[in-house]
Design a protein around this ligand. Sequence first.
Ligand code: NCD
Ligand code: ZN
Length: 364
Amino acid sequence: MLKLPGLIDPHVHLREPGATHKEDYDSGTSAALAGGITLVLSMPNTRPPIFDAETLDLALNAAKQKARCDYAQFLGAGPNNGDWNKNRDLPPRAAGLKMYLDSTFGELRLDDMTLWMPHFQTFPKNMPVVAHSESRSMASAILFAAIYDRPVHIAHISLKEEVLLIKAAKERGIKVTCEVCPHHLFLTAPSPLHPSPSGRGDGGEGRLEVRPRLATQEDVDSLWKNLDVIDCFATDHAPHTVEEKDADNPPPGFPGLETILPLLLTAVSEKRLTLDTLIEKMYTNPKRIFNLPDQPETWVEVDEDAIYEIKAADQFTRCGWTPFEGWKVKGKVRKVILRGQTAFEDGRILVPVGYGRDIRQEKS
Ligand code: NCD
Ligand code: ZN
């Protein structure tokens, strides 16, 4: 039996408020626990989006009643909430600020760089800023971090050019960190040479829609090769129902909370990754980058030798599918202890709704 610290996922979409048919704080945090994750940072592209005191309260009230693991909620950067000097009390109550610099699911998007500036200037420098920024907008986000002398965390990198530019920026001392998602490490986009998607067991093209898009084998290889440049593993757990994914205009996003650990443990067993690297990127680094407190008496017990098939039918997420259906993995979460209580054991969630704590609340 392998013992790991309670793992941290700094990038999840729990869909509350507004789209609880896809997920809510109860189902999403149950999925986290089943995946060996005891602390999640929740994204603000909900309906309504989380961007002021009223909407933050909406999300935090739902979380307080329903969460089973610990959490914090991100604020979203909008066109009208850029002056954080007017709202100094709000950032410390949140996980940090999420900036959507490229288009994706939801309404939060900052098209114009004049809209980025006040957020970079006035969001407290000791609080995390996360940018959804792909390719050239990622380069711009890094330039902003340098100009305004504040850290920026780049969400879900997927491209060779991105990992190479972050490497160069870090070498110059720019305060940039980044995360990568399992789907960008284990899946590639369908191509003319390889028309069948590498995600086996999927229904159709709609299932493969995700932002950033799945990339080429060369990109995937480059992420693995430059793993030391990447600070965190994050799921970008973005559940949409099977019906939505298989209909016209499928929304982008994959569930991931229950598959990240078995996929990465399988990579450990194949010697593509060390266990120390896994712990660093799923615990030590996110804890430091996002300034997260200790979770006392918290750990995860894993059967390293258990081999099994990933099945959507076994998952707690409400979305009803996984891009990794049928994948054979090695390493199964047996038990999760959260703050002294057994929260998950052999497929069952054992803590009630409301057990999860707002880690930003604890601090103040
Ligand atoms: C996310 C979602 O569905 O909320 N989708 C996705 O493809 N990653 C939005 C996002 O994180 O960009
Ligand atoms: Zn996301």
